[in-house]
Design a protein around this ligand. Structure first.
Ligand SMILES: Nc1nc2c([nH]c(=O)n2[C@H]2C[C@H](O)[C@@H](COP(=O)(O)OP(=O)(O)OP(=O)(O)O)O2)c(=O)[nH]1
Length: 135
């Protein structure tokens, strides 16, 4: 990425089910699945607040702050904004469902990180985040 590349800073979630599958979402009009999450709002107290707000908006679920685990900061070409780089602070978190596609989310799915198959997945998730969960 060049110094002039626009950076989109987000907070993103890795949420797993009892089988170890990871929750991915696809926004309306987007071609690929990605982690739930989004940009920080000025009113957010901290990154976990951003994440809890985004998860409630997108999925209607309730994030648990306790047990949240920072996985790190990762970047890749942004999925939905050509020429931009997404920089994501990523937490593994637990959340209480049910999980349903809300607001701008058109679809959600649970994916085996070891075998994502042919599902179209954003580069950040496919190349960096899902591999973190494969032992
Ligand atoms: N949320 C999220 N965005 C991602 C991921 N990977 C990736 O390339 N992106 C890209 C998609 C968009 O081009 C960009 C911005 O994310 P976003 O559209 O979810 O942020 P947001 O909900 O706050 O957006 P907005 O409604 O304020 O426009 O980051 C990911 O795993 N999660």
């Amino acid at each position: 990425m060049s110094a002039t590349t626009t950076r989109i800073e987000i907070v993103a979630a890795m949420i797993r089910d009892a089988e170890g599958r990871v929750l991915l979402v696809r926004k309306r009009g987007a071609a690929v699945f990605q982690q739930p999450g989004g940009k920080r709002d000025p009113g957010d107290a901290d990154d976990l607040h951003t994440l809890a707000r985004e998860l409630e908006e997108e999925l209607g679920c309730r994030m648990r702050r306790e047990g949240a685990r920072l996985l790190g900061s990762f970047s890749a070409p942004a999925a939905n904004e050509p020429g931009c780089e997404v920089v994501a602070v990523v937490y593994e978190v637990a959340a209480d469902g049910p999980f349903e596609a809300r607001a701008e989310i058109e679809a959600l799915c649970w994916v085996d990180p070891a075998q994502p198959g042919d599902l179209p997945i954003a580069r950040l998730s496919r190349e960096q985040l899902l591999p973190l969960l494969v032992s």
